[in-house]
Ligand binder design. Structure first.
Ligand code: 13P
Length: 247
């Protein structure tokens, strides 16, 4: 099973989101491919209605881009995992580098969010990645496995978990990690998860994925899918990436 995940980040208005989903719905997918869309909170309900109108067979599930680790309470501006479930989400992204950097979210917080989300029945897509300095000094794998170790709660449900490896220097830059670097990092992540007894956890790559580089990345046996930012906002691009996963 290949996962093609769209992280819309803080983009799209209602009309463009609706049109994009409708065009994604016109791209045929087999059972081999699962699509996940992470809209902004205010677009989740519209995305669900539009998806249901197209039909469940389009294999598009929805996720929130973040959640709070508390079940409820005085947390102005935050959204709980239960709220995402009620809105129709099956997934949540946690630990995205933009949250870690812009909202000072440390791995311990990411672990708490992962626990809270799984407790509500959500599947978690947990993001990890190294910065350029860590990559250039040969510390990429050590950084990512340490980040992963600190971001996983004590008890984690492997059946409701995916890891997204997103090197920071590749996000929104047009620079993509080479297939051999991606394969090596994904292998390290798979090995680490296996050592913890976490089996069959998909590991996705993210960072400037586009229709030109998707096939080479998806062809790697260590890669179980891609998490797409910029290119997921364009129907032709995300459909081309989806079709690359079919082949
Ligand atoms: P880009 O595909 O725009 O580089 O974004 C990647 C990303 O951050 C997905 O979560």
């Amino acid at each position: 099973m290949m996962i093609i995940a769209s992280n819309w980040k803080m983009n799209l208005d209602r009309l463009s989101a609706e049109q994009l989903l409708a065009e994604m719905g016109s791209c045929p997918v087999s059972d081999k491919v699962s699509r996940i869309v992470f809209p902004s909170f205010t677009l989740i309900d519209l995305a669900r209605t539009t998806r249901d109108h197209i039909g469940q067979t389009v294999h598009i599930t929805l996720g929130g881009q973040d959640c709070h680790d508390a079940a409820s309470g005085a947390h102005t501006g935050d959204v709980s995992a239960a709220m995402l479930v009620e809105a129709g989400c099956q997934w949540v992204l946690v630990g995205h580098s933009e949250r870690r950097q812009n909202h000072m979210e440390h791995s311990e917080k990411v672990a708490a969010k992962t626990k809270a989300a799984q407790a509500e029945g959500l599947s978690v897509m947990l993001c990890v990645g190294e910065n350029l300095e860590e990559r250039e000094s040969g510390k990429a794998e050590a950084t990512v496995t340490a980040m992963l170790a600190a971001s996983l709660p004590q008890q984690v449900d492997a059946d409701k978990l995916a890891i997204a490896y997103e090197p920071l220097w590749a996000i929104g830059t047009g620079m993509t990690a080479t297939p051999s670097d991606v394969a090596a990092m994904h292998q390290a992540i798979h090995n680490y998860l296996k050592d913890l007894g976490l089996k069959d956890v998909p590991v996705l790559y993210g960072g400037s994925v586009n229709p030109d580089n998707a096939s080479a990345l998806l062809a790697l046996e260590q890669v179980d899918g891609v998490l797409v930012g910029g290119a997921s906002l364009d129907a032709d691009s995300i459909n081309a990436i989806t079709l690359a996963a079919e082949n």
